[in-house]
Design a protein around this ligand. Sequence first.
Ligand SMILES: Cc1cc2nc3c(=O)[nH]c(=O)nc-3n(C[C@H](O)[C@H](O)[C@H](O)COP(=O)(O)O)c2cc1C
Length: 281
Amino acid sequence: MDFKKPIEEIIRKRYSCRTYINEKLDENSIGKINDFLQLTEKGPFNNRVKFILVDTGKTEEKLKIGTYGMISGARYFIVGIMNKKSINFTDFGYLMEKIILKATELDYGTVWLGSAFNTKTFSNLVDLEDNDIIPAISPIGKIARNKRNVDKIISWWIKARKRKKWVDLFFIDQFTKPLTVEKSAPFALPLEMLRLAPSARNDQPWRVVKINDLLHFYLKTQSKYSLEIYKSMRFIDIGIAMSHFELTAKEKQLDGKWVVKNPQIVPQPKNYKYIATWITK
Ligand SMILES: Cc1cc2nc3c(=O)[nH]c(=O)nc-3n(C[C@H](O)[C@H](O)[C@H](O)COP(=O)(O)O)c2cc1C
């Protein structure tokens, strides 16, 4: 995915938009969206995702997509599809976030919808093959200038603009030693861009441990009693975070790649799951 604007600018601009102008997009705009949805890239774990633009022809309220009034004026949706047999939620999050950021660059509003949508409605709107599932969707459309009160309330309730501090997310050598901005060089900006990533319910379940030049990515998992859908959302979250990190690192000429190389840090908090390591080339 190519971006024309600096990735930092795009990441800082993105937010969960829940109020849209209910307007038909012209052919040119639809063509451009369809172009960037043709993503041929694979995720860090080698899986692809299919993205389809759906024009529901109606607003979300009439469509009854089950967003419980949280979204208003949305008519177009990006639907992400993966096959159950090769499902990898981390790759899904990683690839769909690139789509979301591209849409942001082009001034469209978006919001990840992972649970609050009616899967049946969307399954009927796209051609699903056997075993295809839709882990998440996002409206895409022109942003309404005046936010509705419900939009403001949701943002306030989930503290949408708030992010955990560096000390809570990033570590050096051990999970007990916080990584300072100074010691994070040359990864300060990629880590900061990771910190601004969206996550389901703004949980920010990502943790990174820097050991020399390697950055090890972990997921703070949920209790075994939580619903399956919330567990998969967390894997989407870490994929999104990896996407932010990698896009920023590459733009800063810190080219690298993802490998699975668990450093077996001891002690490791019980609910932290090792995901992948970023190696600079
Ligand atoms: C995987 C995922 C699923 C999400 N699902 C929903 C959802 O179902 N409904 C909703 O209103 N927001 C949803 N969100 C948006 C988050 O609440 C939002 O990203 C977070 O609060 C941070 O706010 P921001 O995106 O404005 O930075 C989801 C976000 C992610 C990453």
